[in-house]
Ligand binder design. Structure first.
Ligand code: GLY
Length: 383
């Protein structure tokens, strides 16, 4: 197995060309969608918007900040600033907020604070950290996911591993260890209750509120409760890697590796992740967003494990990104979308359209770009 540096050297030209194509395209799109809180695209390849409390609402502004951080192109900064301003309407709707405030503000206002030193952005992110903190169920030892009363109040979902970096950040920022303690309690719960022995993960765990013990499992956006929704695997893969980065605790790195091994084994036929790794082989439903997020986590694992072990993870990340580049990336500057073939959920009702199968979703563009920036050598961690 080649080591990371050899893999990066061999792929240098492709990495640089890919970023060039992303940057060229995004210079046009950022002007067209400056005032849109983007969610996806319509049939005319134009961005459509999300409400500012929808969980995807932070990605478009976050993507612009990420591009600004690397290129210093002011047009990206202007879009990021405008979207962050518009998102204040979401912050004002306290009852509508939920555990995804990390996805929504940590990569937006959290990044704005880190790259611009903006104190208002810092306050926004601290407010969100307090919201996430307040969702912790102390006896159960988990952060509750969505709103809506019973039984949702007793649900934890694997996606939340991507929200808790907000708590690690707040803990350092405020010098208050309690935020980190809650983040680690939730990550340890996910290790026990969401991660199966074989490295696959469960999307939704319903807990006994007093003991925290799992009462039952739900398939959520996957095929069923025993299956393995690929974006959930990706949230766990990158999420555990991020918990390792923020805490230095080896158990999180080992968890990320277990999920990574399972993920790689299940998509290395053609390196294009299906929506669920334990669903019927036909019809084929892809989820490119799972591949883009998993690639980010694989690159971080490769960096964490060192020279003689990292090659396998780096190789997998590059293979996934290259396969998706060939099959799914749209670089036409007249189209707003970039990564196609994302999927919202497995179409258990049999209607792919109702389940959002094979569409462009903004977090696909976000994670694909983040992964390419990592391959280019950017050390900036937006999470
Ligand atoms: N966090 C919701 C999803 O991955 O679709």
């Amino acid at each position: 197995m080649k080591n990371c540096n050899q893999i990066l050297a061999e792929n240098k030209a492709w990495i640089e060309e890919t970023f060039e194509k992303i940057d060229t395209k995004m210079q046009a799109v950022t002007l067209r969608s400056r005032d849109k809180i983007v969610d996806g695209v319509d049939e005319n390849h134009r961005h459509i918007v999300a409400r500012p409390t929808w969980w995807t609402a932070g990605f478009w502004g976050g993507l612009n900040y990420l591009l600004y951080e690397y290129t210093k192109n002011e047009e990206y900064l202007k879009t990021g600033r405008e979207i962050e301003r518009q998102m204040d309407e979401g912050l004002a709707q306290y009852e509508q907020l939920h555990h995804d405030v990390g996805f929504m503000w940590h990569i937006l206002s959290g990044v704005a604070y880190r790259i611009l030193g903006d104190k208002a952005s810092r306050r926004r992110n601290l407010f969100c950290a307090s919201v996430l903190f307040s969702r912790y169920v102390p006896d159960g030892g988990f952060i509750r996911a969505w709103n809506g009363g019973a039984p949702h109040d007793d649900w934890s979902i694997v996606d939340c591993l991507m929200n808790i970096p907000l708590l690690y950040w707040a803990s350092r920022e405020l010098g208050d260890d309690r935020f980190k303690q809650i983040a680690m309690a939730h990550a340890d719960m996910a290790l026990l209750d969401h991660l199966r022995e074989d490295g696959s993960v469960i999307h939704i765990v319903e807990h006994d509120r007093e003991s925290g013990e799992p009462r039952c499992f739900h398939g959520g956006q996957g095929y069923n409760a025993e299956s393995s929704w690929s974006r959930g695997q990706a949230w766990a893969l990158y999420g555990f890697a991020l918990s390792y980065i923020h805490t230095g605790e080896e158990r999180y790195l080992n968890a990320a590796k277990r999920v990574a091994h399972y993920f790689i084994a299940n998509c290395c036929d053609d390196w294009l992740p299906r929506v669920d790794f334990r669903a019927p082989a036909e019809p084929v439903y892809y989820d490119s967003t799972a591949g883009a997020c998993a690639a980010c986590g694989l690159i971080e694992i490769a960096k964490a494990v060192g020279e003689h072990e990292g090659g396998m993870y780096m190789n997998a990340a590059v293979n996934i990104l290259r396969a998706m580049d060939e099959r799914f990336m749209d670089y036409d500057p007249d189209h707003d979308e970039m990564l196609t073939h994302g999927t919202v959920l497995y179409p258990v009702n049999g209607d792919p359209k109702k389940s959002g199968v094979h569409k462009s979703i903004i977090y696909g563009d976000y994670f694909y770009t983040e992964a390419i920036l990592k391959l280019l050598g950017s050390e900036f961690n937006p999470w």
